[in-house]
Design a protein around this ligand. Sequence first.
Ligand SMILES: O=C(O)c1cc(=O)[nH]c(=O)n1[C@@H]1O[C@H](COP(=O)(O)O)[C@@H](O)[C@H]1O
Length: 242
Amino acid sequence: MQNPIIIALDFPNRQKTEQFLEHFGNKPLFVKVGMELFYREGLSMIYWLKERGYRVFLDLKLHDIPNTVHNAMKNLALAGADMVNVHASGGIKMMAAAKEGLYAGMQEKQKPLLIAVTQLTSTSEIVMREEMLVSQFTLEQAVVEYAKNAKNAGLDGVVSSVNETTLIKEVCGDSFLTVTPGIRLLGSSFHDQERVASPAAAARAKTDYIVIGRSITEAADPVSSYEQILNEWSGSFEISHR
Ligand SMILES: O=C(O)c1cc(=O)[nH]c(=O)n1[C@@H]1O[C@H](COP(=O)(O)O)[C@@H](O)[C@H]1O
């Protein structure tokens, strides 16, 4: 069983990030760099993490015209990240252009995973219908339609909430990756997230990766919070496979 945890390094700068990572010593972590840290520190942050052996998800959620995304991805390819993403709402043409730009001139073994965000885990069905004006689908249907588009564009998987994982796997196949943020231990604050699930529920849904930020980064003891999440995941995983 692989360790599914991706820690969201949502910190304002490199110094705070380094201080946080010191808690974990040499543990081989999978970490995520998003807009907050990247817009401050740029590619050098990714190089720093890769030199220290971390697996890195570069989460910039590209969404623009196909040509712009294609060329931006050519530059992001230089980061040497293990996973990058776009918004599925940019459409199939944009996602295909992202893939072409990202992989241009890359050897097979260097290619990062490319995934698409479906509906953000902070989005509720009401907001999707009334503010984004996607009213012909339920939220679950909209996520699955985006997942099908991502698959048709040749992407490796999607970001969604755990609520939609089972259906995505049914429609797109088990090998199509599901990456699921909005993970919370029972009884803890949802913050700005709407579609939330526990690590145990994520394991039962057989998601591939869980993305966790504040439950670990803001914990008084980040390592024990990390271990608690992993234990909850592993326990449920064994139960669900009995
Ligand atoms: O692409 C993402 O990583 C992402 C997609 C999504 O739908 N929801 C979502 O929360 N995320 C990211 O996952 C992380 C969740 O952080 P916490 O809510 O603190 O656990 C943040 O870094 C978000 O940017």
